[in-house]
Write a protein that binds this ligand. Structure first.
Ligand SMILES: *[C@@H]1O[C@H](CO)[C@@H](O)[C@H](O)[C@H]1NC(C)=O
Ligand SMILES: *[C@@H]1O[C@H](CO)[C@@H](O)[C@H](O)[C@H]1NC(C)=O
Ligand SMILES: *[C@@H]1O[C@H](CO)[C@@H](O)[C@H](O)[C@H]1NC(C)=O
Ligand SMILES: *[C@@H]1O[C@H](CO)[C@@H](O)[C@H](O)[C@H]1NC(C)=O
Ligand SMILES: *[C@@H]1O[C@H](CO)[C@@H](O)[C@H](O)[C@H]1NC(C)=O
Length: 491
């Protein structure tokens, strides 16, 4: 798949990093691939249920404080996984495809030798990455900030002691030759042990190729139920944008993606979703879209989960009725409690019970008055409410209201209401059914110590979502994502 580097103002013809870092308006356009592994699912209900379960599991995991990294991406092989291709090493270059995840801050993948326990059926051995070969000397020192970052900010002295650096060397800070000890990551349904390495990573492009010579990543040699790997785009030191920005601030300080709407239809996901590293000028934004403006909201700091992109949510409108979000969604407190995480690695949006229940009550008052509730479908899909209907169903508009912009983000209907044919698999009577695709994340008490809500990637489809790290804000603008890809790529 083509990907391109654009230098909007300066045509610079040297291809090394030094040259790139002096230009001002540049972007790197990369394709995100969305695969729907439909063969894993025997029905739409089954697909939805699995996706709903995984969204909930990741959300609940996100507040666990046993391990700083326990929030790390829960792979979404079921419904919505967006992958990014990278190349590692030179001789020969090895390609790898990773989940693009704004909810975690480390890039990691399986390295040879690799043992994956309970991984049967979790991936397709024909298309999944082969474990990469990384030279044994491509290590990271126990003294490095990267090592501390991977070890939940444990001090270098501790880490070097674990790496068996002798005390006298620790005292004189002379442990550089000792490598960073392995670390453990836990998922809701998997885990792994990885080591930090530093090696050449390139972001594949036709020509020239963008090369990061000393890119730091985790190499997993053993994993439980987790065979793929993740490209962390979160706010930490080790994330891909953070490492990119130390070479080229222009490329690393801002990124956006535009997820092509798929509605779980595999024909629609053939088009790549653009991932845009770097900024492009406001006037350039007119390419391939309706020129819609970004609605911005500030990024909030989360002392306990610093890698999350948290924002404040003030309410959600159902039609003209505005439902206020509980106070703790407006901001994040000193204990890391509250706010809404904008996450590319969760499928369905999770809301605290109070907001979810009010929203559903309002929704059901409008839709349920006219249409029969489909309780059996709710059981089968894990989504609620669902309704049967004949030909058409009127659905109220939903608008998200973030802190700082009262006008809000109006969601396209297909971002929150999924319509399908029940019995379409040949079992029983065929009926049209539609379900609200927002989920109940539990009550406020259960949510203490972590985010109060997550904005899932399903609800982000058809928007360009920008993470402006320099101005510390997140923005949303309606886009035709497939045409945005085409027009940026033709430039
Ligand atoms: C589909 O698979 C799920 C889980 O494997 C199973 O519980 C369900 O009964 C299956 N449904 C059909 C219609 O085969
Ligand atoms: C690792 O070993 C290779 C070949 O043995 C050598 O070319 C390379 O410079 C070494 N790298 C480091 C960081 O020592
Ligand atoms: C990569 O790291 C090695 C060892 O720390 C250093 O010698 C080399 O100059 C670095 N390369 C680049 C391009 O920064
Ligand atoms: C909210 O966003 C819209 C669309 O970008 C913009 O026109 C408006 O000025 C913003 N309002 C505030 C208060 O920032
Ligand atoms: C939803 O919002 C759009 C855009 O503001 C508006 O044109 C449409 O009439 C609204 N639909 C309903 C059912 O209120």
């Amino acid at each position: 798949m083509a990907s391109s580097l654009f230098l909007l103002y300066y045509i610079i013809l040297c291809f090394s990093f030094e040259c790139l870092s002096v230009s001002y308006s540049q972007i790197l356009l990369l394709p995100l691939t969305h695969s729907l592994s439909q063969n894993q699912f025997n029905s739409t209900q089954h697909l939805l249920k699995s996706t709903a379960t995984r969204s909930a599991a990741r959300f609940h995991r996100s507040r666990s404080d046993r391990n700083r990294h326990s929030q790390v991406s829960l792979p979404l092989s079921s419904g919505s996984d967006y992958t990014l291709s990278l190349t590692v090493g030179t001789n020969p270059p090895q390609s790898i495809s990773l989940y693009m995840d704004t909810g975690s801050d480390l890039v990691w993948f399986p390295c040879s030798p690799f043992e994956c326990i309970l991984c049967e059926g979790k991936y397709d051995p024909k298309t999944t990455n082969k474990p990469l070969k990384i030279p044994p000397n491509a290590t990271v020192s126990c003294k490095s900030p990267a090592c501390s970052a991977a070890h939940s900010s444990l001090s270098s002295s501790n880490l070097c002691a674990i790496a068996r650096c002798p005390l006298e060397s620790i005292e004189i800070s002379d442990c550089s030759s000792f490598s960073c000890p392995p670390f453990y990551y836990a998922y809701a349904d998997g885990s792994l042990i990885a080591r930090l390495h530093k090696y050449r990573l390139s972001i594949p492009m036709s020509s020239p190729s963008l090369v990061l010579h000393n890119f730091t990543f985790g190499c997993a040699h053993s994993a439980l139920g987790e065979p793929i790997g993740v490209a962390g785009f979160g706010r930490g030191l080790l994330s891909l944008p953070a490492q990119l920005s130390s070479f080229s601030p222009q490329l690393g300080n801002r990124f956006s993606y535009c997820l092509v709407s798929h509605s779980f239809d595999s024909d629609r996901v053939r088009r790549p979703s653009p991932l845009i590293l770097g900024r492009y000028e406001e006037k350039e934004k007119r390419v391939g879209d309706d020129g819609a403006q970004f609605v911005y909201t500030s990024m909030l700091d989360n002392p306990k989960h610093p890698y999350f992109y948290s924002v404040g949510l003030v309410g959600i409108s159902v039609g003209k009725k505005n439902i206020l979000a509980p106070e703790f969604l407006h901001g994040v407190d000193a204990t890391g409690n509250g706010g809404m995480v904008v996450d590319s690695g969760t499928t369905f949006t999770m809301l605290p019970s109070s907001l979810y229940n009010s929203l559903v009550a309002e929704f059901d008052q409008r839709v349920g008055r006219v249409h029969e509730r489909a309780r059996d479908i709710e059981d089968k899909t894990g989504l609620s409410p669902c309704y049967y209907y004949n030909k058409v169903i009127q659905i109220p508009n939903l608008t998200l209201h973030f802190v700082g912009n009262e006008s809000g983000v109006l969601l396209p209907r297909r971002n929150y209401f999924y319509e399908f044919l029940d019995g379409g698999d040949g079992s029983g009577k065929k009926r049209n059914v539609g379900c609200l695709m927002l989920m109940n994340g539990g009550d406020e008490k259960e949510l203490t110590g972590g985010p109060g809500a997550t904005l899932g990637n399903y609800q982000q489809q058809g928007f360009e979502v920008v993470y402006d790290l320099a101005k510390r804000r997140v923005g949303f603008a309606r886009r035709e994502c497939a045409s945005l890809w085409d027009s940026l790529n033709q430039r």
